[in-house]
Ligand binder design. Structure first.
Ligand code: FUB
Length: 339
């Protein structure tokens, strides 16, 4: 459904076949990171706008400027847009492109994590703090030391430790880093070499810094071999997410140019993670990005597509659908549109 294919579709028909409808229609939203805080669902999405920036391979047309938090009393309740929670003009180190954020809750404080480009066009990840899950959030003056690229996702483990997962290739700039060091190479590994992995770091007690050097994670196949850079149907591209199910760590992500949401399973927060399959087949629009969150005893996938904007790839809408696991803990692959 991605790439040029969707531009040929009759969007009323596609919409009628969609397994879910946009949660909010007053603004365009994408990259939904959902959490249950104090019994209520809070979704931290990107706020898509048409910034008038021409399309290019770096994704500069994703010219977002602020964040809104969406809240729901329950999975069936109306989704409420709580207004501007943080604007780029209030982030001292950031210049533009407020891409996919996430949030965490610890000791009564809420932390909004977000990537943005600095004035020199390099992505870093920042944090802003609030006493309320809906903000407004106050940004720290500097980006998180040692952070780079995009798509932070912060996971709270059962033992009270928090980990940030991040990274994205192409416009997300991960191909410019090896061992946490930048070079403007713009060079991905060759197709027969291991793919670049997502990056993870444990968070400091105050949630404002990394407590350790970020490390690259491995996604491996059934034989224990790393997925290769040429394996575009399975390799990591962007959109990290972590959740825990039956004591196992499920790392999920987007394959980017092949438009799948996939997952891999590990025994600890750092992996290695064994590729386990697809969660969601391609949606209308180039990007696909998600989160997975339990509400009481049900599990939900939060995702986005571009049906509301009739296929405009940078004007997306967040959606949610219940996910099911089989008896072996495998997630049953979903199609975003019925046949
Ligand atoms: O929303 C901008 C970018 O598009 C995100 O950071 C990526 O994950 C993709 O969804």
């Amino acid at each position: 459904m991605a790439d040029e294919e969707y531009t040929q579709l009759d969007f009323d028909e596609v919409n009628a076949k969609a397994i879910s409808q946009p949660l909010v229609k007053n603004i365009y939203t994408a990259d939904p990171s959902a959490h249950v805080f104090n019994g209520k669902i809070y979704i931290y999405p990107s706020h898509d706008i048409d910034a008038g920036i021409p399309f290019n391979d770096n994704g500069d047309h994703f010219g977002m400027e602020d964040y809104h938090v969406i809240s729901m009393d329950s999975p069936e309740a109306e989704a409420v847009d709580n207004g501007v929670a943080l604007h780029v003009k209030d982030v001292p180190w950031a210049a533009r492109q407020m891409w996919a954020p996430d949030a965490a809750h610890k000791d009564g404080k809420y932390y909004l994590y977000f990537p943005a480009k600095r004035e020199d066009d390099i992505f870093q990840i920042g944090v802003a703090v609030s006493d309320s899950p809906t903000g407004p959030f106050v940004a720290q003056p500097e980006a998180i030391k040692g952070s780079y690229t995009i798509d932070p996702a912060v996971f709270e483990d059962d033992d009270g430790n928090y980990y940030m997962y991040f990274g994205g290739i192409w416009g997300g700039q991960l191909q410019n880093y090896r061992n946490n060091t930048y070079s403007a190479s713009n060079q991905e590994p060759a197709d027969n070499e291991p793919a670049l992995g997502p990056i993870a770091a444990k968070m400091s007690d105050d949630m404002l810094e990394f407590a350790e050097e970020p490390r690259e994670l491995q996604i491996i196949d059934d034989e224990g071999k790393p997925l290769l850079a040429g394996d575009h149907d399975r390799r990591f591209f962007e959109a990290s997410w972590m959740h825990k199910y039956n004591g196992k760590y499920y790392f999920s992500y987007s394959t980017g140019d092949t438009h799948f949401l996939c997952y891999a399973i590990g025994d600890n927060p750092y992996g290695p993670f064994t590729y386990a399959g697809r969660i969601l087949n391609p949606v209308v629009g180039w990007t696909t990005h998600h989160s997975i969150c339990a509400y009481e005893d049900r599990w939900f996938l939060f995702y986005h597509d571009s049906t509301l904007s009739k296929g405009v790839t940078h004007l997306r809408s967040i959606k949610m659908a219940e996910i099911k696991y089989d008896a072996d803990g495998k997630i049953i692959t979903m199609d975003p549109y019925r046949d």
